[in-house]
Design a protein around this ligand. Sequence first.
Ligand SMILES: [Zn+2]
Length: 339
Amino acid sequence: MLVYANPDHRLHDPAEPHRFGGVLLPPAETAARADRILSALTCLPAVDVRVPEPLDEQDLLLVHEPHYLEFLRAAHSRWRAATGAPADGEAVAYIRPLPGTPWRPPTHVDAQLGIYSNDVDPILEGTWLAARSAAASAVAAARAVHGGHDAAYAISRPPGHHAGPATFGGYCYLNNTALAAAWLASRGARVAVVDVDTHHGNGTQAVFWTRGDVLTVSIHGDPEVHFPFFTGFAEERGEDDGSGANLNLPLPSGSGWAQYAPALEKARRAVSTFGADVLVVALGVDTHVTDGVLALADEDYPLLGQALRTGMPTVIVQEGGYGEGVLEHAVPAVLAAFT
Ligand SMILES: [Zn+2]
């Protein structure tokens, strides 16, 4: 298995706790995650780990708005200049416009943090470079598959599937999965994205919402009661050219393999009906029972890996998955069964 890993992900390593579900918790999306995955992959045969080539910035424009990229690039230094915060400070939104009231696009960085994000994710001094490094891994995996490899896996972090064309949130800043898909589509491929993270891939859905050349499928916990709440419902099918090219398969909280397997089968059928010639998998393993949304067990991850084998060239991009021991077991289990 060809694996792309970029050590620059460590430049984004949040430390400040945030309030989540009524309690103050340490950040879950830390640099240790990618290092734990990489160590665990050594148990697999024939793993070929490569550092991706530097990203071509033009590739980011396949998915993201130029003004958003400019904001991400400069946000931390502007925030420090405006607030006097130290270099290791974490810039977090604390204000957003009220819905239903007229407002003027803000120029102050504190207000712009609230325009460009939808939750409490921080921007650190190294966030931009780390996010770029994650995107570089995903695009390198797409290039490898386009160049003839059967499959490639990108240990991209920070993750990406909650990042929209001009928004960050859910630990995501640049949409690595969407970048891989959009890069392949720009080379003429007919691309299907299957997102098996436990949370709706709202950013990826937003990126391709009006496009008919990329199918987006997401299997996730019911957004009525789980992040990202506002999207991920079955009636969201895309618009304009993208009408019918988005499929959400929400599952009730606590669903195990008995409920998950039929949703995977629906996803496979949708990919086949769409006539895709390349698959991009958004691989979150926060579907594990210990993460509290869905309830897959250790022994289900090899089954997931088998189900993702379609015979098509496949790019696998890491998304969520946090629990101690879960990443180390579930990711190699999926990849081993896939290959
Ligand atoms: Zn997730």
